[in-house]
Ligand binder design. Structure first.
Ligand code: C5P
Length: 234
């Protein structure tokens, strides 16, 4: 696969008009992420549009519910031909297995990705609010291992977690990383970032890169620079 097919750009916009404008602005991008904001606004219309344009889809709705509901939601997502779909590991073993089972008999099932711990949570919140008595890296690792045990195909993780997860979960476990900032771009609100080539070298399969491309003065040029950088990674 060309390295540029490993870059996923989020459609972080509030409505269909802005989403279509972004798709038109960046026809070179093959893989788009649809998150809660846009999906709640447009419903599946955005998925239909992406399929019509022969794009790949990362549907990032982070399902978290009882097994029966998770199974139904995953089953419903398959009808739109999405490629990647997220759910929270903390929904539990039965929900993770129900998700895996729900998509297993469909013609082109999406790959399921686990959210181990939202990166907006820090170690203090983990200990004092969530009462989880593990260090944060150990907790995310345990959650990834649980997901893998239940047949989940991969995880969303920060670039800093990639090498350890790759080592523990093996080459077939998909690792998808947001928190990517090329050396020439602003860090914005992302902490603990890596450049595209660093994250790829650390073992990421896919990179989610938003504002360095979408908010650039020249988004097409920004995309081109990232592609060039990634072509240097073996
Ligand atoms: O603009 P930026 O490159 O920061 O966009 C990153 C995308 O990845 C956003 O859609 C953000 O919501 C998402 N994301 C993230 N961190 C996570 C999970 C998802 O930044 N842990």
């Amino acid at each position: 696969m060309p390295q540029t097919n490993r870059v996923i750009v989020p459609l972080d916009v509030p409505n269909l008009t802005e989403a279509i404008a972004l798709l038109d602005k960046l026809p070179q991008v093959n893989f788009w992420k649809v998150g809660l904001e846009l999906f709640v606004s447009t419903g599946p219309d955005i998925l239909t549009i992406l399929k019509e344009r022969e794009k790949r889809i990362f549907l990032d709705l982070k399902f978290h519910d009882i097994p029966n509901t998770i199974a139904g939601a995953c089953g419903s997502a398959t009808q739109y031909g999405v490629d990647l779909l997220t759910l929270h590991t903390t929904a539990g073993r039965n929900a993770l297995k129900a998700a895996t089972k729900a998509i297993s008999d469909t013609p082109s099932p999406p790959k399921l990705l686990a959210i181990t711990l939202l990166t907006s949570l820090n170690s203090r919140e983990l200990a004092f609010d969530l009462k989880i008595p593990l260090e944060l890296p150990e907790y995310t690792l345990q959650m990834a291992m649980l997901a893998q045990e239940c047949g989940i195909n991969g995880a969303v993780c920060s670039p800093q977690e990639v090498s350890q997860l790759r080592r523990v979960c093996g080459d077939d476990f998909l690792l998808v990383c947001p928190g990517i900032r090329p050396s020439w771009s602003d860090q914005g609100d992302q902490r603990r970032v890596m450049t595209p080539s660093e994250a790829m070298q650390a073992g990421a399969d896919y990179l989610v890169i938003g504002r360095p491309i979408t908010m650039a003065n020249d988004p097409v040029a920004a995309w081109g620079k990232i592609c060039e950088e990634l072509e240097t990674v073996s």
